[in-house]
Design a protein. Sequence first.
Length: 107
Amino acid sequence: MKDILGMMKQAKELQSKMQEMQGKLSEIEAQGAAGGGMVTITLNGKGELASVKIDPSLMKEGEHEMVEDLLIAAHAQAKQKVEEIMAEKTKELTAGLPIPPGMKLPF
């Protein structure tokens, strides 16, 4: 019986910590770059686009397809970094809790 009460207490603490972390998601930022840094995209922890920087040398006529490809690549890199940051923060929050492998939080 004590184990169940202890698990319920841990779950409540986890819920509180998850709510706090979700409130701070907009403060987390990750950058993705492509083309040797000629295109840089910044996403926040919610996956929202925070900024785009394009090197002026790319703004030539006929270069739009390359710029489009670089934007997609930079976004993919930034998104991957955000996911890694969030996975690490979630791992820190759930340390010590018996959560099945592969279970994603928040529920």
